[in-house]
Design a protein around this ligand. Structure first.
Ligand code: ZN
Ligand code: ZN
Length: 230
């Protein structure tokens, strides 16, 4: 990694979840400071890919993820073996950390990985003597949404880009019944499209590319009949 990549990695660790505009705001002064040209839209993937390859053996990942619900692309830093329990939320009480796990687990078992916003406040703390008050829960959900763990859309709370990357291992191993991988790229697929025959979920972008040269479902091999546009 060169100096700009090192500095950029530090920023990614601090922020964990950045959209493309934020990346631009962070990278510009770094490149100016080191007197190098800022990566363009096209070369940014290679710039990030180099960093990701270097940190892989440290069980860290840095990758782009397009969130199908917001339609936006994010760059997410995460530890590949993170779990909500080992996850460090500095300054929070044990009950507040437990609250994070409860919401994450609640979202992971839903058919479409979302709950109504207000359902985030009616949770069972299983006998805990000091559950957070409702206004504190609201603050925390907002904080975790700002951090990219959750995503808010149409009064619903969804799994956010950061949870999808950071807790991929945890979600795959604990929620095999609901959390599936895309038949084409093998990464997690939570929303996107389903084969109308076998019901297998596939990323919209993956199946779109695939169907340019074929017309069958990559999972059941029957003719693909699901509409791709939204
Ligand atoms: Zn895919
Ligand atoms: Zn199929």
């Amino acid at each position: 990694m060169d100096l700009v990549q090192k500095a950029f990695l530090r920023a990614c660790i601090n922020h964990s979840c950045l959209d493309l505009e934020q990346i631009d705001v962070i990278l510009k002064p770094m490149c100016e400071h080191h007197g190098v040209t800022k990566p363009s839209k096209d070369t940014l993937r290679d710039f990030v890919g180099d960093i990701a390859a270097t940190i892989k053996e440290l069980k860290q990942s840095l990758r782009f993820i397009k969130h199908p619900i917001s339609g936006k692309e994010y760059l997410v830093f995460g530890l590949t073996d993170a779990t909500p329990d080992t996850h460090n939320h500095p300054g929070l009480t044990p009950e507040e950390c437990q609250y994070f796990s409860i919401i994450l687990d609640k979202l992971a078992v839903q058919e479409d990985f979302h709950i109504a916003w207000h359902e985030a406040y009616s949770v069972d703390f299983k006998g805990s003597s000091r559950p957070p008050k409702k206004h504190r829960m609201q603050e925390l959900v907002q904080l975790w949404t700002d951090m990219g763990y959750f995503l808010e859309a149409q009064d619903q709370l969804y799994l956010g880009p950061r949870s999808i990357v950071e807790f991929e291992f945890y979600l795959r191993s604990n929620y095999e019944d609901t959390i599936k991988e895309c038949a084409l790229c093998r990464q997690l697929v939570l929303w996107d499209v389903k084969c109308s025959d076998c019901g297998r979920k596939i990323h919209r972008e993956c199946i779109r590319k695939y169907l340019r040269t074929r017309s069958n479902c990559p999972s059941c091999n029957k003719k693909w009949c699901t509409r791709l546009s939204i």
